[in-house]
Design a protein around this ligand. Structure first.
Ligand code: C2O
Ligand code: CU
Length: 620
C-alpha cells in the first residue's frame, strides 16, 4: 500500500486550479505579445497550452515523474520571468531591457510559486491519504484564490496600455487641419530668446532633473506682446517636452507629448515660439511623463510684465513653491528659509506659484494655504489675472491647488519684517513630521506667529467688486458639459488599479468635449470624491460663474485651474477662441496619471501624434 503511494502521489486539485489560472492569464496576454513580437505571442500560447496539459496530467496521471516535470518547468518559467523583470532577456525587440512588473504578471507568478510549493510537497510525500471532506477543505483556499488571481491577471491583460491612442485622429477623405499648423506669427525675429537645457544634475548626493542645471529652472521674464522663443535641448536619458502653464499659446507650442508634439528624444531639441499676450504669473514644466518628470525638478516660473505700465511695485518677487527633488520637503525657489529685501514703504508684489505635487499616499497634499503676516495686503491676481478692486485683507489662508498662483501686494510697514508662512510639504507617512517653509521680507522683528489653521479662508467668490466680463455676463452658451469627478477600482494600463475618473471613465477613454471656434462653453464640475481637485484647462481661461449653484458676487475671477473641493460643484465658462486639441486635466499629477485627463477638441482639427507604447508619448 505505502509502496503504491510512493509510485503514485495524490492529485493536488489546488495545484491544478492554480495552474489553470496561470494558463488563463498567459492566453489573455498572448494577443498583445503577438503585436509586439510574434515569437513572444507563440511563447505565451505555448506556455498556456503546456499548463493546461500539465493540469490534465496531474488529474489523471499524478506520478512522481509528472510532479518533478511540473516543478522543474514551473521554476524555469518563474526564472525567465525574474530575468525579464530585472536584467531583461537577450532576445526580442528590446534585448537586455527590463520589463515593467504589472499586477497581471504578479498574479500569474504568484499562482505559479504556490504550485511549486505544492508540487514539492507531493514529491516529498507529505500528503497522507485523507477523507474526501478533508481533501475538499484543503482545496478550498485554491478554489477561492485561483479564480480571483486569474480575474485580476486576465482583466489586466485585456486592458493593456494603449499602443497608439489619438486624441483626434485624422479621418481619410475628411479635410482637417493638423495641430502642427496651429502656430503663431511666422518669420518675425523673437523679442526674447531663451535656451532651456534639460539634464541630470546631482545636488547633495541626490539626482535631480533640471533646466540649465538648477531646480527650479531659471525664471523667464518677458514683456506683454513679446514674441518669445524657447529652445529646449534634451540632455536627459528620457524623452521630454515643455508646457507653458496658464498662458494662452498657439496649440502647436503647447508642449503636450502625444497631442501637440512627439516627446523630444534624448540628444534632440525643439523650438517653442509664442506671443506673450497674457500678462501675469505663469510657470513652465515638462508635459511628458509629467507625474515623474515634475517631481524630479523640471519646473520654472514665467512672468509676463505689463507693457509700458509704470512700475507700481518697487519689489516684484516670484516665489515658486515646490518639493525638493526626491523628497517631501517644501522649498521656495530651492530654499526652505528665504530672506528677501524690502525697505519700509516699499510696495511689494509676491507671485506665489504652487508647484507642490501630491503623493499617492497623500493625494491631497498639493493643497497649499499661504498666509502673509505683518502687513495688510490685497490678492491682486489669481492664476495671473488681475482681480477688480481688491480690498485689503488681514491674515487669511489662500487655498492654492497644484499649479495655481496668487499675486499678493502689500506695503512694507515702517518697522518689522513681513513673513509668508503656511507653506507645507507632503508626508508620505502619517507619523512623519511635516516640513514647512517660510519667506521673510525686510529686517527687524518678525511678526507674531499665529496658528495658521485657525485663520479664515480667503473666499474668491465674494472678493473685490463686479466688473463686466463677456463670459460671466453671457446669456447663452453654445456648449454645456458636466464633468463628475470620481474614482474607483478598474483595469487600466495592463493592471488592476484605483483610477481617478471624469464621468466614470479614465483617460484616454474619456469622450472629448467638442467645440467650434467662437463657441461660448459652460462646464459644471461636480466633485464626488473626498479630496480637492485643481481642474486645469490648456489654451483657455475660465471665468468662474458659480459655486454650488450660487453665482460669484465679487470681482470677475479668471483662472486656468478651478479648485473643486470635496462635495463641491463649480460652474466655469470660457470662450473657445484658440483652435486646437487642448488638455483638460486634474493638476494633481497622480490623479492625471490615474485617469483624470481628457481633451477639448475643436471641430476640424486633428493630431498626427499618438499616446501609448508605440510612440512612447505619455502626456500625464
Ligand atoms: Cu501645468 Cu497640463 O499642465
Ligand atoms: Cu485630482
Amino acid at each position: 500500500m505505502s509502496d503504491q503511494r510512493l509510485q503514485r502521489p495524490l492529485p493536488s486539485y489546488s495545484a491544478v486550479l492554480l495552474t489553470l489560472g496561470a494558463a488563463a492569464i498567459h492566453f489573455a496576454v498572448a494577443p498583445e505579445h503577438f503585436t509586439e513580437y510574434v515569437p513572444y505571442g507563440i511563447f505565451f500560447v505555448g506556455l498556456g497550452l503546456a499548463q493546461v496539459g500539465l493540469a490534465i496530467a496531474l488529474i489523471f496521471r499524478p506520478t512522481r515523474r509528472a510532479y518533478a516535470i511540473a516543478l522543474g518547468g514551473t521554476l524555469a518559467v518563474i526564472a525567465v520571468w525574474l530575468l525579464s523583470r530585472t536584467t531583461g532577456i537577450p532576445l526580442g525587440p528590446r534585448p537586455w531591457r527590463a520589463e515593467e512588473i504589472t499586477t497581471t504578471d504578479l498574479a500569474a507568478t504568484l499562482m505559479e510559486a504556490i504550485t511549486c510549493l505544492l508540487f514539492g510537497l507531493r514529491l516529498r510525500r507529505l500528503s497522507p491519504r485523507r477523507g474526501h471532506v478533508r481533501m475538499a477543505l484543503r482545496t478550498l483556499p485554491a478554489v477561492l484564490f485561483a479564480p480571483l488571481l486569474a480575474f485580476v491577471g486576465v482583466g489586466g491583460a485585456l486592458s493593456p496600455m494603449p499602443a497608439a491612442f489619438s486624441a483626434a485622429p485624422p479621418v481619410t477623405g475628411v479635410a482637417s487641419t493638423s495641430v502642427t499648423s496651429l502656430v503663431g506669427p511666422q518669420g518675425a525675429e523673437p523679442d526674447k530668446s531663451f535656451t532651456l537645457t534639460a539634464s541630470v544634475i546631482h545636488v547633495g548626493g541626490q539626482e535631480a532633473w533640471a533646466y540649465n542645471g538648477i531646480v527650479p529652472g531659471p525664471e523667464l521674464r518677458v514683456t506683454q506682446g513679446d514674441l518669445v522663443r524657447v529652445t529646449l535641448l534634451n540632455h536627459l536619458p528620457d524623452a521630454t517636452s515643455i508646457h507653458w502653464h496658464g498662458i494662452r499659446v498657439p496649440n502647436a507650442d503647447d508642449g503636450v507629448a502625444g497631442i501637440t508634439q512627439d516627446a523630444v528624444q534624448p540628444g534632440h531639441s525643439f523650438v517653442y515660439e509664442f506671443p506673450a499676450n497674457d500678462v501675469g504669473t505663469y510657470w513652465y514644466h515638462s508635459h511628458q511623463d509629467t507625474s515623474n518628470q515634475i517631481p524630479r525638478g523640471l519646473i520654472g516660473s514665467l512672468v509676463v510684465e505689463p507693457k509700458g505700465a509704470s512700475a507700481i511695485a518697487q519689489r516684484d518677487y516670484t516665489l515658486l513653491v515646490h518639493l525638493l527633488p526626491n523628497s517631501d520637503s517644501v522649498a521656495v525657489d530651492g530654499a526652505s528659509q528665504l530672506h528677501l529685501d524690502a525697505n519700509p514703504g516699499d510696495v511689494v508684489r509676491l507671485r506665489i506659484i504652487d508647484a507642490i505635487q501630491a503623493t499617492t499616499m497623500n493625494p491631497d497634499g498639493a493643497l497649499e494655504t499661504p498666509v502673509l503676516l505683518g502687513a495688510q495686503y490685497t490678492v491682486a491676481a489669481l492664476d495671473g489675472h488681475d482681480l477688480h478692486e481688491p480690498q485689503l485683507l488681514g491674515p487669511e489662508r489662500i487655498a492654492l491647488g497644484m499649479g495655481q498662483r496668487a499675486d499678493l501686494v502689500f506695503t512694507m510697514p515702517q518697522a518689522g519684517a513681513v513673513r509668508l508662512v503656511g507653506l507645507k510639504g507632503v508626508n508620505t507617512t502619517p507619523w512623519e513630521k511635516q516640513s514647512t517653509a517660510a519667506v521673510t521680507f525686510g529686517s527687524g522683528s518678525a511678526p507674531a506667529e499665529v496658528n495658521v489653521s485657525s485663520l479664515p479662508r480667503f473666499d474668491l467668490t465674494a472678493y473685490g467688486t463686479p466688473a463686466p466680463d463677456a463670459v460671466y455676463d453671457a446669456t447663452h452658451f453654445d456648449v454645456t458639459s458636466q464633468i463628475v469627478l470620481g474614482g474607483g477600482p478598474t483595469f487600466r494600463n495592463g493592471g488592476f488599479d484605483f483610477s481617478d475618473t471624469f464621468n466614470g471613465h479614465a483617460s484616454p477613454f474619456i469622450r472629448p468635449i467638442h467645440v467650434r471656434l467662437g463657441d461660448m462653453v459652460r462646464l459644471r464640475i461636480v466633485n464626488h470624491t473626498q479630496g480637492s481637485h485643481p481642474i486645469h484647462i490648456h489654451g483657455h481661461i475660465f471665468s468662474v460663474l458659480a459655486k454650488n449653484g450660487r453665482p460669484i458676487s465679487g470681482s470677475p475671477v479668471h483662472l486656468d485651474a478651478i479648485l473643486v473641493g470635496p462635495g463641491e460643484t463649480w460652474d466655469v465658462g470660457f470662450l473657445a477662441d484658440n483652435p486646437g486639441i487642448w488638455m483638460l486635466h486634474c493638476h494633481i499629477l497622480v490623479h492625471a496619471a490615474g485617469g483624470m485627463s481628457m481633451t477639448i477638441n475643436y471641430d476640424g482639427i486633428t493630431t498626427p501624434f499618438t499616446m501609448g507604447t508605440d510612440s512612447g508619448n505619455i502626456p500625464e
